[in-house]
Design a protein around this ligand. Structure first.
Ligand code: ARG
Length: 308
């Protein structure tokens, strides 16, 4: 009986997703046609409401200190956030529940400091049992929020991927010059590799790099390319990873963007969470793509822990 009900729940969720209740920002969307700037690395400031599924993870530093943003995450269901495993690896679950706050529905993190309804607590943490700190394999963790979210134009879920990240047949944005699929990543992290996380004067920024959300487009590399690029810097590429960037570098996520969404758009107009910002050697360097968690290949872990 229970099994039957959870099977029905699974079907209902799959249907809800295919009927477009996820991954369709209503206010604005990340836009492929823009000139390179300097946000995230090589990107631009995100438009209001273009990333309704992104959240910021803040660490409560006690009363007299400003909270600090240390990672990003994505709303995948009414009460669940997906983030990177390494964001939470150094904290026990009870400390995470006590100190981590999830900011929803804002581009500028200062807005959350003025509006407590945008700052939520965590009630449960699910870390991937096979997350490997040394190799960063299986870099995913799930956070259950204190309450169900009400979705509106600024707070919406992202779709989990329905197909392999490298499949370009259904992709909306294929870079004509290279034949590669273009995707977007966003976050409040560093704007340049040379910067240091949290190096701004205390009280001036909450975001690791910036208070305002930044985004950039990056191209999806093949598994073969990723294996080759990353082997040169001693990284073992696995099927739980994908890698994106440009051969010439210049655009990337960076420290502080970890855990945040890497999204790709399908021809039918919905966005999918293809990746989670995981790691990189420096940021935006030539021949060194950023590494993202392969969400499609970890979907059964995500589904089995959040569909209840
Ligand atoms: N590990 C970093 C963090 O904790 C994110 C690294 C992303 N780096 C990159 N070059 N894409 O924020």
């Amino acid at each position: 009986m229970i099994r039957c009900i959870s099977f029905l729940a699974l079907i209902a969720t799959a249907m809800a997703q295919s009927f477009g209740t996820c991954g369709k920002p209503t206010m604005s969307q990340p836009d492929i046609s823009f000139t390179a700037g300097s946000r995230i690395v090589g990107g631009q400031e995100a438009a209001e409401g273009a990333w309704p599924f992104i959240v910021a993870l803040l660490l409560d530093n006690g009363e007299e200190y400003y909270p600090s943003q240390f990672c990003g995450g994505s709303i995948i269901r009414r009460q669940w956030i997906a983030t990177a495993g390494h964001c939470l690896a150094d904290m026990e679950n009870d400390e995470i529940v006590r100190r981590v706050r999830v900011v929803i529905g804002v581009n500028n993190l200062e807005d959350a400091m003025r509006n407590t309804s945008k700052v939520l607590r965590v009630v449960k943490v699910v870390k991937h049992p096979s997350y490997d700190k040394r190799t960063t394999n299986n870099d995913v963790a799930l956070l259950k929020l204190e309450k169900q979210l009400n979705f509106d134009s600024k707070v919406q879920p992202i779709c989990l991927p329905t197909h392999d990240a490298h499949d370009t047949r259904l992709a909306a944005n294929v870079d004509y010059s290279t034949g590669r699929k273009a995707c977007f990543v966003a976050g409040w992290g560093l704007l340049r590799e040379q910067e240091q996380l949290g190096s701004r004067a205390p009280g001036t920024t909450i975001g690791g790099g910036s208070n305002r959300l930044s985004q950039v487009a990056v191209d999806m590399f093949t598994d073969r390319e990723c294996t080759q690029y990353l082997a040169k810097v001693g990284i073992t590429y696995t099927d739980k990873m994908i890698c994106l960037g440009f051969p010439q570098g210049g655009a990337d996520s960076c420290q502080g963007d970890s855990g945040g969404p890497l999204v790709c758009k399908d021809k039918d107009g919905h966005w999918e969470l293809s990746g989670i910002v995981s790691y990189g050697v420096g940021c935006a360097r030539a021949n060194l793509p950023g590494v993202y968690t392969n969400v499609y290949n970890l979907k059964s872990f995500i589904d089995s822990n959040t569909l209840n």
